[in-house]
Design a protein around this ligand. Structure first.
Ligand SMILES: C[S@@+](CC[C@H](N)C(=O)[O-])C[C@H]1O[C@@H](n2cnc3c(N)ncnc32)[C@H](O)[C@@H]1O
Length: 193
């Protein structure tokens, strides 16, 4: 068996959780690669909610969907993922975050720990049992390490009876390589007892 690269592995996880007719969320649409991937997975009976605070990213994502004639399977919202609960009221099968900045754009606009964690809180409520949230953590940029550490602190404290938390990482790569954190909901959250 070959070890999957980080981005490949993120998609494999989504593929295992999201299928025909499902609801999925791309929390950081960027250039729309993951929105398109999710739109392919959910089929014509499912739906994707994609979020990005930059108009440039919203437009790029819409174009990518249009190029593949899949625009009817998604809504691309020019809003922060911390507001996910305002738009999504159905159980979510899979969600993805690519933390950091949009490649080829303003490096000042980055995901931030507070809003990322707020979005995670909401998505953990919305997630159906067996659903997965995948985070690709980029931490080489300014502010990246703070966000990485806060996200790790948050997910490490999640109740293990309701959320399984995985970290997938290559340990011998140089220059702050990205890694994956995945959350699988196995029981209602917050778990009480
Ligand atoms: C690493 S990029 C995403 C790459 C994307 N998945 C792709 O396929 O190209 C991170 C994106 O998160 C966006 N972003 C930053 N803060 C956000 C927030 N609060 N809500 C939603 N998107 C946000 C940025 O504008 C940027 O486009």
């Amino acid at each position: 068996m070959r070890l999957e690269r980080v981005l490949q592995y993120a998609q494999t996880l989504l593929q295992s959780a999201v299928g025909n007719g499902d609801i999925a969320v791309d929390a950081t649409a960027g250039n729309g690669h993951d929105t398109l991937f999710l739109a392919e997975l959910v089929g014509d009976d499912g739906f994707v909610y994609a979020f990005d605070v930059q108009k440039q990213a919203v437009d790029a994502t819409l174009h990518r969907l249009l190029d593949h004639a899949l625009e009817h399977r998604a809504i691309v919202l020019n809003d922060g993922h911390e507001n996910v609960a305002k738009y999504v009221d159905k159980p979510v099968s899979g969600a993805i975050f690519n933390l950091g900045y949009l490649p080829g754009s303003d490096h000042e606009v980055i995901t931030r720990p507070n809003t990322t964690i707020q979005a995670l809180e909401s998505l953990l409520q919305l997630l159906k049992i067996g659903g997965i949230v995948v985070l690709v953590i980029y931490h080489g940029h300014e502010g990246g390490k703070e966000e990485r550490d806060e996200v790790i602190r948050f997910v490490s404290a999640l109740p293990q009876k309701s959320i399984h938390v995985l970290r997938y990482e290559f340990l011998n790569q140089k220059n702050d390589p990205p890694f994956v954190i995945a959350l699988e909901k196995v029981k209602e959250y917050p778990f009480e007892s």
